[in-house]
Write a protein that binds this ligand. Structure first.
Ligand code: HEC
Ligand code: HEC
Ligand code: HEC
Ligand code: HEC
Ligand code: HEC
Ligand code: HEC
Length: 496
């Protein structure tokens, strides 16, 4: 026979509407999750949305259902108590086989539930860490960064390896700021373009250095730039540099070179003039071994006295390598490459200038689709009388490819919104400090010597007319004498 109350409590869940709704919600969601997990095992999800649904949203519904059931039960008990006066809790008697069966069932069900939850949380973690989740879920917002990432040397490094890094504290921080980002996307209130530099990016020492350590010695790297000038014949001009990267491993070569900044004994700090860090009026170098400290200040735009207590930033990898993976090519760079590789035929008159203009104008369209159309129309009209239609068709389609990989009108993101700090031709880059105008109290200047960072080993027009010298050439500027005191990016901006 049943003890008093048992008969009732078995049916109360079903009598209470809240309990019924909760049970239905929990069972329905559980069923859906199980089906989706089976699907994930058999085929794998192609879309990040489904992972999000399976491992984060639906489990939320299961919990909500269980909570509703509990609430229903509690309400019911309260009502009963009010009607029947004080009652005691049900007694569990392990000698009663029925009680034992119920207990076994409860423990078994609890175990399965914990197992599913653990697996779900693990997959939930994996899903939110995946490249597809970061890059493709908020499609429009992340499209510029995701597209450029896929074309970069880091295409197989996970977003989270650079943006979050190892350890729990940054993981938690990133998930909290991630919640705000989801809110900004849902309410369409995110800024376009996404502002750079990224505030609160984890220090590069803890991310980049998981794979590239500062002591590693690179020696000199050879770089070849093949430019096409803006004259009608698209004349070619090649420059070859040996870039003196160096390093800090004395067993492999002399310590020094460009990676001198990263040598552990040196500490380089600076105060930027504004948020974008594109102008640096104040620099301090400390040598941990000798204890020597030198402060360099810009003669042209010194830091106002009231800003001297602003936060000092320690120079790290990202102050130079701010575009290791989200690389947005300027029209100039992208077209030089396409012409060099003959994807666009350099014999088409003025194609460099015309294609470049078409790209720049299309950047102000409202969508990429519209921009692509605009490029085709503009170049089609420009070369309406040109005989070799196939060459023109190919030039148009290649210009459109450049647009697809580098121009994102929906997010107002192009090379102009994404300055690259390596080099000094179209952005200030190294010349933010190395402009020859940063001096110390004792009169030392941060070097502006053209041979300090690289050696020009070849330069000139056609390959056969190129001057070559391994001991270094004086720079022959295709644009004529550079006026005293002017920096490269005063004239060069990435588009003709
Ligand atoms: C090799 C390291 C690395 C990887 C991998 C990486 N990022 Fe970045 N990302 C950076 C750095 C460095 C910056 C900061 C640039 C700055 O502050 O100027 C950045 C900046 C960004 C920005 C701000 C806008 C911008 O272009 O500066 C977004 C958005 C972004 N990353 C998203 C992603 C997504 C999504 C992925 C994966 C698809 C990803 N990142 C993978 C290094 C990386
Ligand atoms: C998970 C490992 C990993 C992390 C983290 C990582 N990288 Fe890399 N990086 C690579 C790999 C792999 C390559 C490609 C190596 C090659 O081409 O030889 C590479 C290449 C590079 C290159 C050479 C690019 C070129 O043009 O060939 C630079 C510069 C670089 N990384 C800088 C960075 C910076 C800066 C960060 C931090 C924001 C970073 N990396 C974080 C693995 C990583
Ligand atoms: C003062 C600026 C500066 C700093 C700081 C700096 N680098 Fe570099 N690094 C360069 C330059 C310039 C090059 C060579 C040119 C290039 O990559 O195009 C280079 C080259 C490299 C390369 C080799 C690229 C290749 O193509 O093989 C790697 C990898 C690299 N840096 C990683 C790092 C890491 C990691 C840090 C931080 C520990 C760092 N760098 C700090 C300026 C810097
Ligand atoms: C924040 C300012 C700053 C930036 C940005 C910067 N540098 Fe430097 N760099 C310095 C300072 C300061 C010194 C040391 C001057 C001294 O005390 O001798 C230095 C020294 C050097 C040296 C000489 C090292 C030696 O052996 O003596 C090289 C080479 C160099 N930098 C290359 C670069 C390159 C390439 C870039 C751009 C990718 C760059 N720097 C960006 C501040 C900067
Ligand atoms: C502080 C270091 C530094 C100094 C000083 C410096 N450069 Fe450079 N330069 C670089 C770096 C870094 C690059 C880019 C290398 C790369 O892309 O890998 C570069 C690239 C170049 C290029 C190739 C650009 C292109 O697009 O074709 C030329 C030309 C050049 N420098 C000329 C000069 C001249 C002329 C001077 C003297 C006024 C000078 N540089 C001083 C660091 C320096
Ligand atoms: C007073 C303006 C001015 C300054 C400053 C200047 N340039 Fe130029 N540069 C030109 C002009 C004009 C051309 C010719 C453009 C053409 O015909 O396409 C040119 C051409 C070039 C080219 C050939 C490829 C191209 O873009 O057409 C390179 C490379 C170059 N300059 C590098 C530099 C470097 C490096 C510096 C800094 C050390 C520099 N320039 C400073 C105006 C300038």
């Amino acid at each position: 026979m049943n003890e008093h109350g048992n008969q009732h409590s078995r049916f109360t869940l079903i009598r209470n509407w809240m309990g019924i709704a909760g049970a239905a919600l929990a069972m329905g969601s559980l069923f859906a999750v199980l089906c989706l997990i089976a699907f994930d095992f058999l085929k794998g999800f192609r879309r990040p949305y489904i992972g999000l649904l399976t491992y984060l949203i639906l489990p939320g519904f299961i919990w909500a259902g269980l909570m509703l059931m509990g609430l229903g039960l509690w309400q019911d008990r309260r009502r009963k108590r009010r009607m029947a006066g004080p009652s005691s809790l049900p007694r569990i008697d392990l000698n009663n086989p029925r009680h034992r069966r119920i207990l076994n069932l409860a423990v078994g069900a609890g175990f399965v539930f914990v197992l599913i939850t653990a697996f779900g949380s693990f997959r939930g973690y994996e899903v939110t860490e995946s490249v597809r989740f970061c890059g493709a879920l908020c499609h429009t917002v992340m499209k510029p960064e995701y597209t450029t990432y896929q074309n970069s040397p880091h295409a197989r490094v996970r977003c989270t390896a650079c943006h979050i890094g190892p350890g729990a504290s940054w993981f938690v921080r990133s998930k909290i700021s991630g919640l705000y980002q989801v809110y900004a996307v849902l309410t369409n209130s995110y800024p376009r373009p996404i502002p750079v530099p990224v505030k609160n990016l984890r220090p590069a020492r803890e991310t980049c250095e998981e794979c590239h350590w500062p002591e590693k010695f690179y020696g000199a790297l050879e770089r070849t730039y093949t430019h096409f000038l803006s004259a009608k014949e698209n004349p070619r001009w090649t420059i070859r540099l040996l870039v003196k990267v160096g390093g800090a491993n004395p067993t492999h070569g002399p310590v020094g070179g460009i990676h001198w900044h990263m040598i552990v004994a040196n500490r380089l700090e600076y105060i930027p003039a504004d948020e974008t860090r594109q102008s640096i009026p104040w620099v301090r170098v400390s040598n941990r071994e000798t204890g020597r400290v030198t402060v360099y200040e810009s003669k042209d735009n010194p830091l106002p006295a009231n800003q001297k207590n602003r936060a000092v930033r320690v120079l790290d990898c990202i102050d130079c390598h701010n575009r290791p993976t989200h690389i947005f090519h300027s029209p100039d760079q992208a077209l030089d490459l396409a012409l060099w590789l003959n994807r666009i035929d350099p014999s088409i008159p003025s194609i460099k200038v015309n294609a470049s203009r078409a790209l720049v104008e299309s950047a102000s369209s409202s969508s990429q689709t519209q921009a692509l159309q605009q490029v085709a129309e503009k170049l089609g009209k420009e070369y309406a009388d040109y005989k070799d239609r196939q060459k023109i068709e190919q030039a148009i389609s290649e210009t459109q490819n450049i647009l697809r990989s580098n121009f994102f009108p929906e997010m107002k993101t192009t090379w102009q919104a994404r300055p690259d700090n390596i080099g000094h031709r179209i952005f200030p880059g190294c010349f933010r400090c190395h402009d020859g105008r940063h001096v110390s109290k004792t009169g030392d200047t941060i070097t502006h010597d053209c041979d300090a960072c690289h050696t020009i080993i070849a330069q000139g027009p056609e390959p056969e007319k190129t001057a070559v010298s391994l001991s270094g050439l004086k720079f022959d500027h295709p644009g004529g004498e550079i006026p005293e005191g002017m920096l490269c990016n005063d004239c060069h901006n990435g588009a003709p």
